[in-house]
Design a protein around this ligand. Sequence first.
Ligand code: FA5
Length: 356
Amino acid sequence: MTDNTIASLEKEATSVENQFQSNVANITANPTPKSVDELRIAYLGRKGKVSALMEGMRHLAKEDRPAAGKAVNNLRQKVESAIEDLIIKANEWQLQQKLNQSPLDVTLPVKTQTNTGSLHPVTLMRRTLLREFRRLGFTVVDGPEVDLDFYNFSALNFKDDHPARDMQDTFFIDGRDKTVLRTHTSNIQIHAMLENSPPLRVVAPGRTYRCDSDLTHTPMFHQIEGFIVDERITMGDMKGVIDKFLKAIYGEDLSTRVRPSYFPFVEPGGEFDLQCVKCRGKGCRICSKTGWLEIGGMGMIHPNVFEAVSYDSEKYTGFAFGFGIDRLAMLKYGVTDLRLMFEGNKQFLSQFPIHS
Ligand code: FA5
């Protein structure tokens, strides 16, 4: 200000406003956050031009100050509002710069997820089995993994000196040999029969335990038990059911066969074989050149078992089977070492599908 009069201050304010308008005109086409901030500091900063005008008011005569204050405030508001508009424009400009640098193409394929996990082959096989058995009218039940000797052995017609009770095979839980880790899912036969009256059509998958470990045996493995109890059930029904589900899993063209075998809880009893999935009966390393693979045990339920659960063995007959789920999965997915199933190796597991 050249002198301390209101006229001079108003002149100065008009000049500041004109300068501001011309600065705005210079950057308004392309305001950047940096240029707008510089403008803000030049006018509204502590040493800025509008602040200097405010400061100049102190030297005016007292009666001139209200009018001068009004004029300077007016100018300050105009500057503030223009700068706010410029800030919005500058932000838009910055966003546009970013979009220009990496254009967003919504038609690009998404990056494939590599760590999505997959289902365990035993889970896949269990789900497949249950799907097939439900289709055949079976009910799925569960049973205890830690169980009394009665359910795992005695009620299943194992005599006291049967070798399966030996420490070699069975994990005993208490010192009195009364509680065991179940050695097979056949314990569920007893639980289900005691809890229900015939007719029954049941499958029960689950973990089983034996003191056993080599290429084809692990201490923990999975079995699926199945049984039907009704009037006039025959070996033919059993062969038909097992044949049907094995063909559903491995294909229609594979043959199945039954070999006589002994299990205390069935009479007659047998082992069920499937034509080798690898060589289709010709003989190879997997089937030890026999052309056949052992899948599990089966047979007609022993009258002593019916006695143990108070079923009328004159009226009812039934069949039961117990298959190793891990073995079924090995055959289906071409796994040659059973232990791979339980090592949790990510490379091995990632080969299997995410959905069943
Ligand atoms: C049984 O366990 C009988 N409970 C099956 C049964 C049920 C027979 C109903 C008659 C009527 P076995 O011990 O053979 O039978 O075992 C059946 C299947 O379980 C075997 O064929 C095999 O596939 C699997 N298995 C047995 N032991 C092991 C093991 N240590 N590791 C992996 N799989 C095993």
